[in-house]
Write a protein that binds this ligand. Structure first.
Ligand SMILES: Cc1cc2nc3c(=O)[nH]c(=O)nc-3n(C[C@H](O)[C@H](O)[C@H](O)COP(=O)(O)OP(=O)(O)OC[C@H]3O[C@@H](n4cnc5c(N)ncnc54)[C@H](O)[C@@H]3O)c2cc1C
Length: 539
């Protein structure tokens, strides 16, 4: 069992109260205060995605003192921009049966320990007339050989499960896919660790690795809110920076061959399917439709890019997704898409790139490979295998520190992402109807944040992530946060500016004429009413 309100959590609440008063007095965004700065730890982990959060949780359960340092907010990187599919392994069955097995095993473990972030939707692999029949046969044979519980079912049964499926489906297999919420998963890992004494620093970019005669001895962190830099000594530093892992390794003069594969996803205004629908063919564009809470996500593409920063969906990718999605689910190209977004895959497969690159992962001990001791990188992989990646990394780190405690993340159930207000009788009004977020939940999230930034609020609550994309909730949220003292007047406007820019950028690319007019009206109302004219330049 987890501690629902550990001492550290309470301490943070007290600090938040003080901070809240400072905001109320209009002092602007506070940086991490000096008294909360950490100057020494056993292990410092760089990167607040699923991998870094998983490592923090694993090390903490082994009794190792650890700090997670994230440049922006939790889930800012690829983890927060992915499809949210808890793979059953089917997608990798033909190309890499080992990765397929890893996915299946992790799928089963996560259903036990992270159930609060998972919806057991189940999944289908469907073979369409015209696709390569040899691939379907190979896939079916590989499934049998791997002894994974994939079951061929009648096409009629598949169509009963998913009535919108194409009439061209000729074979269908049922698989244990599921939908997983990456935001909740990460928060659960970090919350569990923090409640047991670990530390989280968000808005803190690692800018330099410190070294001494023994190897890496710590980092220099820049507080992105105050602009100040300071050092944290660490016995071990773990690089879990996802697609930025190459940049972090370069701080130690190490060259890591990370390939960047941009993937774009479309978000529909409605939930169109009950289970995950996969197209049974060699992995390609637009072959997975995932139901995610109140919406469905179609993806992805795979485009080689030069940088992991600011991935944007291109019109060409959107057109490809709509065209190919139509083959899987007729009518998909004319259904209302609320927004498009993109993420960058951190692929580690020296010599290969794009879909040819392995979805496997590597934990690199740079002491052995590059002569830089006390420094490890965790690269490649996927959300589904984050726990296993964390376990392998933590095994090496624990051995390095002489700690013999074994991994416990297979068995210890993670705490829920937020206290469930509704269970305690949350009668406060809804602030975001699409995501069913109440006023109380929003304030509770603000209370728990280390620094109340617009980015942190939107990411931790999923405010404005539903079909209306913030049109009817953001001004109410800004007002509430201002009234309750979490945001100053300027902070509330900044919150609106940040949240609206993010939503509108994703919407602009996918609208038809009528929708474009609606967006223009919403923009007019917001820009005029709140005097946010400068926002136009950010779109
Ligand atoms: C479009 C797309 C769809 C996908 N869909 C799925 C899916 O459905 N299922 C699945 O299993 N996998 C999926 N994946 C893969 C999966 O999302 C990633 O492999 C996984 O989320 C990577 O997590 P991570 O923690 O390693 O990296 P990230 O989530 O990118 O985290 C790295 C973090 O490091 C931080 N950082 C970087 N530099 C610094 C620094 N100097 N100091 C401090 N912090 C720093 C970043 O801000 C970032 O938050 C998908 C990937 C893409 C691109």
């Amino acid at each position: 069992m987890w501690e629902v309100r550990g001492k550290r959590w309470e301490k943070r609440l007290l600090w938040n109260k003080a901070k809240k008063q400072a905001w109320h007095r209009g002092h602007g965004t506070p940086g991490t205060p000096q008294k909360h700065r950490i100057h020494r730890t056993q292990v410092l982990i760089i990167g607040g995605g699923a991998t870094g959060a998983g490592i923090l949780w694993d090390l903490t359960l082994r009794g190792i003192d650890a700090v997670l340092v994230e440049a922006r907010e939790l889930a800012y990187g690829t983890s927060g921009r992915c499809h949210g599919l808890l793979h059953s392994g089917g997608r990798y069955l033909v190309k890499d049966s080992e990765v397929a097995r890893e996915c299946y095993d992790e799928n089963q473990i996560l259903r036990r320990v992270a159930a609060a972030a998972i919806e057991d939707t189940g999944g289908l692999f469907v073979y369409l007339k015209g696709d390569d029949p040899d691939y379907a046969a190979q896939w079916a044979a590989a499934a049998k050989k791997a002894d994974l519980p994939y079951e061929e079912i009648d096409v009629a049964e598949a169509r009963q499960m998913e009535p919108l499926l194409s009439g061209n489906v000729q074979r269908a297999f049922r698989v244990p896919d599921a939908a997983i919420d990456p935001f909740e998963l990460i928060v659960m890992n970090v919350r569990g660790a923090v409640e047991r004494g670990a530390h989280l620093l968000t808005g803190s970019r690692v800018e330099k690795l410190l070294t001494d005669s023994r190897g890496v001895s710590g980092v220099v962190v820049k507080d992105m809110h105050s602009g100040e830099s300071y050092s944290i000594e660490a016995e071990v530093v773990v690089n879990a920076a996802g697609p930025w892992a190459g940049q972090v390794a370069a701080l130690a003069g190490i060259s890591l061959e990370i390939a960047y594969g941009k993937g774009t996803l479309l978000v529909y205004t409605q939930r169109l399917n009950k289970c995950v629908i996969n197209r049974l063919r060699p992995p390609g564009d637009a072959d997975i439709l995932v139901p995610a809470k109140s919406v469905s996500l179609l993806g992805t593409t795979d485009v080689a890019v030069q940088t992991p920063d600011n991935p944007r969906p291109s019109q060409e990718e959107i057109n490809t997704l709509l065209k190919l999605g139509e083959e899987l689910v007729p009518g998909l190209s004319s259904r209302r898409v609320v927004r498009a977004f993109a993420g960058v895959r951190p692929l580690y497969d020296p010599g290969e790139s794009g879909r040819g690159a392995s979805r496997g992962f590597a934990v690199i001990d740079h002491g052995k490979t590059h002569g830089v001791a006390n420094f490890y990188s965790v690269v490649g992989g996927k959300l589904t295998t984050y726990r296993l990646m964390a376990e392998r990394a933590a095994d090496l780190v624990a051995a390095h520190l002489g700690v013999s405690a074994p991994c416990r993340t297979r068995d210890v159930v993670l705490p829920p992402p937020l206290d469930a207000c509704s269970q305690g009788g949350d009668s406060s009004p809804l602030i975001c109807e699409c995501e069913m977020l109440s006023e109380k939940e929003l304030l509770q999230a603000a209370e728990k944040l280390q620094t109340v930034t617009p980015e942190a609020l939107v990411r931790s609550t999923r405010l404005a992530h539903g079909p209306c994309q913030g049109t009817s909730c953001l001004y109410r949220a800004a007002l509430l946060l201002y009234r309750e003292g979490y945001l100053s007047y300027e902070g509330a406007l900044e919150f609106l500016r940040y949240a609206l820019a993010g939503r509108w950028r994703g919407m602009g690319a996918v609208l038809d004429d009528a929708q474009a007019k609606q967006l223009e009206l919403a923009q007019g109302v917001y820009l005029e009413t709140f005097g946010l004219e400068t926002l136009k330049n950010e779109l």
